[in-house]
Ligand binder design. Structure first.
Ligand code: HEM
Length: 182
């Protein structure tokens, strides 16, 4: 978090607010978003699909009208694709051409192909913009007595959409930004 925060505060300076156009100057923050979506894709099994006709996937015969799930969560943790897949390393995306747009099948939190999420650009922009402003404007601390080890990001409520079982509560401390919009 500290590295992403330093980046955004350095790039935005005293401007007072991070705007959509500024985000392209925040490669580390973008890498943090990708790395988060790799490890914790919002829809771990995407949206179920049904085959319209018999087909073969990876050598397996799939009859017509079969419901198929694509496990984006498992792909994001595949040891054959990712080095140290269980470790949160945003730097792996710096200088890498892997994006979120469904071109790179090892990272598909928005799906891929004809039924890819049509809200992908709005989704990415919303996450990047809100995260960058939250890091720009506030310092974040654990609530009294809580330690990093007390947070288990893999303790989840099962469902179509991934959500932590224990809500993550952090304490914001306003950071003085001396800008026109502050
Ligand atoms: C971070 C934000 C978002 C994430 C992670 C996300 C993720 C996804 C995923 C994984 C799918 C299934 C794709 C597939 O099966 O290949 C999907 C489908 C869809 N998403 Fe999103 N989405 C996000 C934001 C949005 C927004 C902002 C909208 C609309 C404004 C939207 C509208 C839809 C719709 C309508 C579908 C169904 C598409 C279809 O089946 O043809 N999503 N999304």
């Amino acid at each position: 978090m500290r590295k992403a925060q330093e980046e955004v505060r350095k790039v935005i300076g005293d401007k007072g607010f991070v705007y959509e156009d500024d985000v392209k100057q925040l490669p580390y923050l973008k890498a943090v978003v990708k790395e988060t979506m790799r490890l914790q894709p919002t829809a771990p099994l995407l949206i179920p699909r049904e085959t319209t006709k018999e087909c073969y996937i990876g050598g397996y015969e799939i009859p017509a009208k079969t419901v198929v799930y694509v496990n984006a969560w498992a792909i994001g943790r595949d040891t054959e694709v990712w080095e140290n897949p269980y470790v949160f390393i945003p730097d792996r995306f710096l200088g890498s051409s892997i994006d979120l747009k469904g071109n790179d099948f090892e990272l598909i939190p928005f799906g891929a192909g004809r039924r890819i999420c049509p809200g992908i650009f709005m989704g990415i922009a919303t996450v990047e913009l809100s995260l960058s402003n939250l890091l720009y404007k506030f310092d974040w601390e654990m609530p009294g007595g809580m330690k990093r080890e007390d947070i288990d990001v893999d303790r989840l409520v099962p469902g179509l959409v991934m959500r932590m079982r224990d809500a993550l509560c952090l304490v914001p401390k306003a950071y003085a930004v001396m800008g026109k919009d502050a």
